[in-house]
Design a protein around this ligand. Structure first.
Ligand code: C2E
Ligand code: MG
Ligand code: MG
Ligand code: MG
Length: 283
């Protein structure tokens, strides 16, 4: 897999890239087969209210059950899917699957307020996106306000007018929008105020060292204040310890997601998790 250097405009290879390239090519071919077959599945990670620990939603995270390589992580294949354009078909499946699950859970009385789905930059910029989300919402019959789309800052920089228009089109459907990994990208305050979004997801990198860092608590606090001023909610991702949660609470971040609460779970385990935590909340 070649790295492109935008300044010098040539392609160079590093030692080891030849094997990596074969690996990528293999994955690309396999991915086409995986789309046709049913090798993908969604795992769900709960999002909770920090104080009550009540489940407020879940993030759908794709997994690829590869016949010979085992469970392949999205960090490995999503970038290749983006490069090759296969992300569009994978993204269609993910959106339908997440909404079908939400509809099923609603029908069976599982109390789950919302589900979020990640969209990568190429999906966000695809002219078919608003049409796709409209169809998915109609066909699965879900309340659109219970579907959240997670976008990264990198999807929205570049053509800001275009981004604002797409976000507006999505808001018109009634879905909720969040900026994922917030604080690691390039969004300026001038743009942020023009984006009709609902939530800022505070990037895991600010949470990781929050207990020891001299600066990260201030960054988290600034993001929370900024969100409040602009009328957005916040949620912290990657929360692994009670200490981190306590500091987040002290900085008025009231929603968390991370291994402290649960790892992403397969559907069966996730259903059990939600049932047990709503039973615990009632009793
Ligand atoms: P993300 O959207 O920021 O998702 C959060 C990632 O952090 C997930 O990795 C999750 O398993 C991991 N995580 C959650 N809690 C913790 C924690 O406490 N500690 C640590 N160390 N990690 C935690 P995952 O599932 O491997 O996904 C990686 C990325 O792949 C996602 O980052 C997202 O950008 C992308 N992705 C996943 N599913 C999809 C999908 O269906 N479509 C698209 N376009 N991208 C996806
Ligand atoms: Mg996400
Ligand atoms: Mg994230
Ligand atoms: Mg992240």
């Amino acid at each position: 897999h070649a790295k492109r250097n935008p300044e010098r405009r040539f392609v160079y290879y590093e030692p080891g890239m030849r094997e990596q390239s074969g690996f990528h090519l293999g994955l690309e071919n396999d991915m086409r087969r995986a789309i046709a077959g049913s090798e993908f599945e969604l795992h769900f990670q709960p999002k909770v209210d920090l104080d009550t620990r009540q489940v407020i939603g879940a993030e759908a995270l794709i997994r690829w059950r590869h016949p010979t390589r085992g469970l392949v992580s999205p960090a490995e294949f999503i970038p290749i899917a983006e490069e090759t354009g296969l992300i569009w078909e994978i993204g269609c499946w993910t959106l339908y699957e997440a909404c079908r699950r939400l509809a099923g859970w609603t029908a069976s009385g599982l109390s789950l307020p919302s589900v979020s789905v990640n969209l990568s930059p190429r999906q966000f910029q695809d002219a078919r996106l608003v049409g796709l989300v409209t169809s998915v919402v109609e066909e699965t019959g879900i309340d659109p306000s219970r579907l959240e789309l997670e976008l990264t800052e990198s999807a929205m920089i570049g053509d800001i007018e275009k981004a604002v228009a797409i976000l507006g089109g999505l808001k018109d459907i009634g879905v909720r929008l969040s900026i994922d990994d917030f604080g690691t990208g390039y969004s300026s305050l001038a743009y942020l105020k023009r984006f009709p979004i609902d939530t800022l997801k505070i990037d895991r990198s600010f949470v990781r060292d929050i207990v020891k860092s001299a600066t990260d608590p201030a960054i988290v606090s600034t993001i929370v204040n900024l969100a409040e001023s602009l009328g957005f909610d916040t949620i912290a991702e990657g929360v692994e310890t009670e200490q981190q949660a306590t500091i987040l609470r002290n900085h008025r971040c009231s929603r968390i997601q991370g291994f402290l609460i649960s790892r992403p779970l397969d559907v069966i385990s996730f259903e059990t998790f939600v049932r047990e935590s709503s039973a615990a909340a009632v009793s």
